[in-house]
Design a protein around this ligand. Structure first.
Ligand code: ADP
Ligand code: MG
Length: 825
């Protein structure tokens, strides 16, 4: 019962509904403890189930025991039946006078056995009653088994009843047989009595006859007389005597026979008595056997009963212990539940308040959203108007910038000349030949001094890079030029100088330390990416080579094919090269692929690349096409990066054949370039672009508002001083005409004449390039340097423009500030 109640409570505990979890720490904690309790409850239920299973197992054992008992009862019953049959048989066999006594005895025995059986059944009932009392759970499933057992028992009882009925029948039969036996006995007695009577009668007659004879013998006279009379009358007597004698004889025979029969019957009686004794002994034996079996059965029943009681007690005590534990757990769970109730109450309270909040939330949200939407649309409107204003300003600024830029270019001249001195390398060898012949002005980064044949010659360019200048520093100075190509300007960057002076290093650089080519493309990519919001840009790359005045496509399928430069058929006067391959590039990987491809082409075409490259001009043409999405404005800018052929004067050293031809071509193209630049910078009406393939190809990028940078590469080694001198002269000649025609006039008024320049030979000046004015050299150089620095810090030549740009332009510098240069060829 306790178990049931506990189970019921457990079940009701399990069914108790809990509030839904909310994302609050208290609720989570409570939920966690409740989950823990649930888990404990489940464990208890599992234990209970285990106990119930054990109980079921014990009941099964009991069932098997009772089955065994029933089996034994059955065997006993069978024995009883057998004995009853045996008794019946004996009875039928006996049929004697003691049969009744036996029957009575057997009946008594039967009665006794019946009593015992009743007692057994009573015990069994008692056991069952006890079992029912001890049964912990009335609703257990083995109750059904009990019912089945009872069913079986009642069947057995029915069978016992039937057996009893059969026994009664047998008794009846025995009775009948006993009755018949009594009749037979009676008849036997009657016949015996008759026989005795007959015997008696016969013996009496015999005796009478004998007596008659004796009396007759004792009376001889008489007898004689009688005899005589008898003899007289004897015929009749004799006959009667004979009859009597025969009759006597017959009777004696009969008596003998009857005696024989009697003897036989006595013999039969003796045999019957013997058999009866035997049967009695057998009955005694059977009774002893029955007694023993009964005793054994009782013992076994007792042992089983004890076993059962013990098992039940054990199970009961175990169940009690387990129930106690379950109760304790239940008590714990109950106390937990009690402590949880307040928490649950607060949680419910929280939950309700939250529910209210959630209910109110959509309204609040709608309200907030409405106001936010209104604010956002107002802000968007404001932003739109600001954007429109900004766009307007931006376009105006763009135009202003271009205007200012053009103005700056006009003021500064669009051709700049840089010098870069490479470091002394191992290839320069050792000794006086490899001695450094180039020095720099510490105050002016545009001036360098060359010690040539014992004389120091000074040169002033727009910027001079010393040997320690890094690729990055060099690029910083040219990057404004590169980016201007995005704005639609054409740009040319030339590397000029003798072979080995560092042209390829400056333009291409090494894989680890790339030169202007790769850095320019990278910068273009990043700039284009920065403007991607408003502009669509495409960047294409072509690579070409000019060797012996023939143009070849380095990226084409037919590198040997000579390309022609033609006028656009649209009449725009623009030039183009039919068949020149253009690659669209979008990443550094693309650039590397293009460069590698071009290199491979150059390498496979030439037996000695260095030799060949020094005799040809290598061009990298980058075209940047842009479309302003908002205005529809289209721009096209070209960046031409040219690694020129070596400028050394081969022709003078008596070269012949192809070498001489190469040298002539190179000289021609380089001086054509010089001429073009000169003509451009001196704003001449005619610019001789067509004098060489190089200038003709670059015509677009050299004329108009295009920008040009000449990077003059020089070697500092003593042995190269005469070539260095020539390169620097070339540079300065280009640069010396940098001013526009109007300004030039003013400048030329104080510009040293050709004679002066001739006279101002290297070494003739104690302080070369300086000292021709009233200013001290230091003053002058530092002034021009500071102006240049200002220009550089304000974003480079073509970079951002300051309002004071005009006043900072070198054009305004006194001519003395420009170093004198040796202009002699
Ligand atoms: P060019 O192309 O004018 O014939 P290179 O660029 O091939 O000359 O340079 C010749 C050598 O001098 C190369 O080995 C190159 O690495 C080295 N060189 C040139 N300029 C520099 C420099 N600024 N710093 C270090 N090495 C240089
Ligand atoms: Mg080279």
């Amino acid at each position: 019962m306790n178990l049931e109640k506990a189970g019921g409570r457990l079940c009701s505990g399990k069914r108790a509904s809990l509030p839904a979890a909310r994302p609050f720490p208290v609720i989570q904690k409570v939920m966690a403890s409740m989950a823990h309790l649930q888990k404990e409850k489940l464990q208890l239920q599992e234990e209970l189930l285990g106990l119930q299973e054990k109980l079921a197992a014990q009941e099964n054992d009991e069932l098997s025991l009772s089955l065994q008992l029933q089996g034994q009862v059955e065997t006993l019953k069978a024995k009883v039946l057998e004995q009853a049959q045996e008794i019946g048989r004996l009875r039928s066999e006996l049929g004697g006078t003691d049969a009744e006594k036996h029957r009575d005895l057997l009946a008594a025995e039967n009665e006794r056995l019946r009593q015992e059986m009743k007692a057994c059944e009573g015990e069994l009932r008692e056991l069952r009653r006890q079992q029912q009392q001890q049964a912990p759970c009335r609703d257990c499933h083995h109750r059904q088994e009990n019912a089945e057992l009872q069913e079986q028992l009642s069947q057995l009882q029915r069978e016992a009843e039937e057996t009893r009925a059969k026994l009664v029948e047998l008794d009846l039969e025995v009775q009948q047989k006993t009755n018949r036996l009594a009749e037979v006995e009676l008849r036997l007695k009657d016949s015996l009595a008759e026989r005795a009577e007959e015997e008696e009668r016969l013996s009496r007659r015999l005796r009478d006859s004998q007596e008659t004879i004796a009396s007759l013998k004792s009376q001889p006279q008489q007898i004689k007389y009688i005899i005589k009379t008898v003899e007289v009358e004897s015929a009749k007597a004799k006959q009667a005597l004979c009859e009597t004698q025969s009759r006597n004889q017959y009777l004696q025979e009969q008596v003998g026979m009857q005696r024989q029969v009697l003897k036989e019957m006595e013999q039969q009686l003796q045999n019957s008595q013997k058999t009866e004794a035997q049967l009695r002994a057998q009955i005694v034996m059977y009774e002893a056997e029955l007694e023993r079996a009964h005793g054994q059965m009782l013992e076994e029943m007792q042992a089983m009963e004890e076993e059962k009681n013990r098992a039940i007690e054990e199970a009961f005590s175990r169940a009690q212990v387990e129930m106690k534990a379950v109760h304790e757990n239940l008590a714990g769970v109950r106390t937990n539940l009690l402590t949880l109730q307040p928490a649950l109450r607060t949680l419910t309270h929280d939950y309700n308040s939250l529910k209210r909040q959630v209910r109110d939330f959509p309204l609040l949200l709608q309200e907030t959203l409405r106001s936010a939407r209104a604010e956002i649309s107002q802000a968007i409107e404001e932003v739109h108007s600001t954007n429109r204003e900004l766009l307007r300003k931006y376009r105006r600024e763009l135009q202003l910038r271009k205007k200012c830029h053009n103005e700056l270019v006009r003021l500064k001249g669009n051709i700049r000349v840089f010098g870069r001195v490479r470091p002394i390398t191992k290839e320069d060898g050792e000794g006086p030949e490899a001695a450094n012949a180039v020095t720099f002005d510490t105050d002016d980064d545009a001036v360098l001094h060359l010690l040539h044949k014992g004389k120091q010659v000074s040169f002033e360019l727009d910027k001079v890079f010393p040997p320690q200048a890094s690729q990055e520093e060099v690029f910083q100075e040219v990057q404004a030029l590169v980016t201007s190509c995005i704005d639609g300007y054409n740009v040319c960057i030339f590397a000029y100088g003798q072979t080995g002076a560092g042209k390829t290093y400056t333009m291409e650089g090494t894989a680890a330390n790339p030169g202007i080519n790769q850095r320019a493309l990278q910068l273009l990519f990043s700039e284009v990416r920065g403007k991607a919001a408003d502009w669509d840009y495409t960047i294409t790359v072509s690579a070409a080579e000019i060797y012996n005045e023939s143009l070849r496509d380095l990226l084409g399928k037919e590198p040997q094919e000579k390309l022609e430069i033609k006028l656009c058929p649209d009449g725009s006067g623009q030039l183009y090269v039919p068949g020149l391959t253009e690659f669209r590039v979008q990443s550094v990987e693309d650039i590397n692929k293009v460069f590698d491809f071009g290199h491979v082409k150059r390498v496979t075409e030439c037996t000695n690349l260095n030799e060949h490259s020094s005799r040809s001009h290598a061009l990298l043409i980058i075209t940047v096409r842009g479309l302003d999405r908002s205005t529809g404005l289209r721009t096209t800018g070209k960046l031409n990066l040219v690694d020129l052929a070596g400028s050394e004067r081969v022709g003078r050293s008596g070269a012949e054949g192809s070498r001489l031809r190469e040298a002539q071509h190179i000289n021609k193209s380089l001086s054509a370039l010089g001429d073009v630049i000169y003509a451009l910078r001196s704003r001449q009406g005619h610019v001789p672009f067509r004098n060489s393939k190089l200038t003709y190809l670059l015509q677009d990028s050299l004329s108009g508002d295009s920008k040009t940078l000449m990077m003059v590469q020089v070697s500092p080694a003593e042995k190269n001083t005469s070539e260095t001198l020539c390169s620097l002269k070339f540079a300065e000649r280009v640069r010396s005409v940098e001013l526009g025609p109007v300004s030039r006039k003013a400048e030329l008024a104080s510009w040293p004449s050709q004679e002066q320049l001739e006279g101002d030979s290297p070494g003739s000046a104690a302080t070369p390039g300086r000292g021709h004015t009233s200013h001290s050299p230091g003053q002058l150089s530092s002034r021009s340097a500071s102006i240049r620095r200002k220009l550089h810090t304000s974003g480079g030549w073509w970079g951002t423009l300051g309002a004071h740009m005009g006043s900072l332009h070198p054009r305004r510098l006194p001519p003395q500030a420009r170093g004198k240069a040796c202009m002699r060829e």
